[in-house]
Ligand binder design. Structure first.
Ligand code: 13P
Length: 260
């Protein structure tokens, strides 16, 4: 297993009101050991970010927004900017999630601008890439991910790429219960690293976190953690209940999880 920090990130998507966010943390704070010796990041809806800041308290966990716009301020009705989420204590921001790309038609160019804006404001972008079922069946999964990475990182200097985190999320595995095999996930996370080595350097590629996402559950996390290029998971559905998110972290960390 690599020396890179293990990271467990909860993407709640468009779920949880502020009251529901409070209920989650009221239970979550009772779990000692969460965030100790590994990283935990929660991505709630933007409306819950201010509440999360207060609810996290002394727990060693970080939080981030699920999206941001690339401009700092102005006539962009409905959007939120880097300075706005930074002010709420966010360390991270998800960029290029497949639901943003597919449902909201974000382009590679939009995503590149967002990655740059995140860095400009000291936010760590967690850049998501992944192929559709059709692309996988057609043997185009690798090409798609390589292209997404190259497009999102064009003009991003090594100093910023080194502060970027990556999530491989095959679209056909998201919310479907059909998780990628650990071998396929390893192959694609390894490909992300190979591409980063080509774009930047081997040192950079081996230093950044690469997570797997797509129907991760307490029952399947352990097999991913055995893979050399997978540093953790970006979890949707199974992160909504505190007990199941905790089980994922525990099953991933095994004996290295200490509840004391
Ligand atoms: P699920 O874990 O619900 O499949 O969602 C994965 C995801 O999209 C996380 O960003």
């Amino acid at each position: 297993m690599s020396m890179r920090e293990k990271i467990f990130a909860a993407n709640w998507k468009m779920n949880k009101t502020v009251a529901e966010t409070e209920a989650f943390f009221q239970e979550f704070v009772n779990y000692p050991g969460v965030g100790r010796g590994h990283g935990v990041i929660v991505f709630p809806p933007a409306t819950s970010l201010a509440a999360v800041r207060g609810l996290v308290g002394a727990m060693p966990i970080r939080w981030g927004a699920q999206n941001m716009y690339s401009k700092d301020s102005g006539a962009f009705t409905g959007e939120i900017s880097g300075p706005m989420i930074r002010e709420l204590g966010c360390s991270h921001v998800l960029i290029g999630h497949s639901e943003r790309r597919e449902i909201f038609r974000e382009t590679d160019e939009d995503i590149r601008e967002k990655v740059k804006a995140a860095h400009k404001h000291g936010l760590i972008p967690m850049l998501c890439v992944g192929e559709t079922l059709g692309e996988r069946k057609g043997g185009q999964a690798a090409d798609k991910v390589v292209r997404q990475l190259a497009a999102a990182l064009q003009g991003v200097p090594a100093s910023e790429a080194a502060r970027t985190q990556f999530a491989y999320e095959p679209i056909w595995a998201i919310g479907t219960g059909l998780n990628a095999s650990s071998a396929d996930a390893q192959e694609m996370c390894g490909l992300v690293r190979k591409q980063l080595a080509q774009l930047y350097s081997g040192e950079l590629a081996s230093g950044v976190p690469v997570l797997y996402g797509g129907s991760v559950k307490p029952e399947n996390i352990a097999e991913y953690m055995l893979q050399p290029d997978i540093d953790g998971a970006l979890i949707g559905g199974a992160s909504l209940q505190p007990s199941s998110f905790l089980s994922i972290i525990k099953n991933a960390m095994g004996s290295r999880f200490s509840a004391s």
